[in-house]
Design a protein around this ligand. Sequence first.
Ligand SMILES: *Cc1c(COP(=O)(O)O)cnc(C)c1O
Length: 236
Amino acid sequence: MASLDTTTQARFELVRARIERAARAAGRDPRTVALVAVSKTFGADRIREAITAGQHRFGENYLQEAVAKILQIAAGSAADQPEWHFIGPIQSNKTRRIAESFDWVHSIDRAKVAERLAKARSSVQSELQICIQVNVSGEATKGGVAPSEAAQLAEQVAALPRLKLRGLMAVPEPTPDEALQRRRFRQLRELRDRLNRDGFAMDTLSMGMSADLEAAIAEGATLVRVGTAIFGERRG
Ligand SMILES: *Cc1c(COP(=O)(O)O)cnc(C)c1O
């Protein structure tokens, strides 16, 4: 148990150091880059270790698994409840539970899902924080709207009650080619900037994972989603 704890703590420190170094290299304040720890496939015990290590934001992809862990964590200390980010593909019949359980949703790529989330978000909860997922690498199998469709979806989301449009999210194709990583992230930033010039006020660029967070931060990421570098390799 103690050794697990030490590992989680040590990995966190490494990831935080990477974020800090990348931000400083880009002339940015490291505090402008939020870290979402992606805990999918790992149990509530590992999430608790991360909370002990000072982590506050967690990302999950699979609803059923996530809700079970959220309830387990909520049953613990009431004082230090983390912020939960849904980052996986969304089936429209799952929107109610997502709206009930999460603080952020990063993976909006169609109006119907946004409408259902808005309807399901209760008025006693704070607004659900929303990112639109954009398919910047044009992969046929990947979620996300085409860059050319982002403006229309942003307009639809911004008009909905109980949702707050915060920004754009992308999961570009994995590549060791740093120039290509940079180019994909730059595309997302430029799209966000263009939309903001057209009247949106998006403050969030959700981009960068374990293998490419440096490139994402260099291109303006305000939120990186990191799993493997914190929790280790996922099984299955
Ligand atoms: C799994 C996942 C991550 C984390 O990926 P790592 O490579 O483990 O850091 C980030 N974002 C999304 C959308 C994911 O599905």
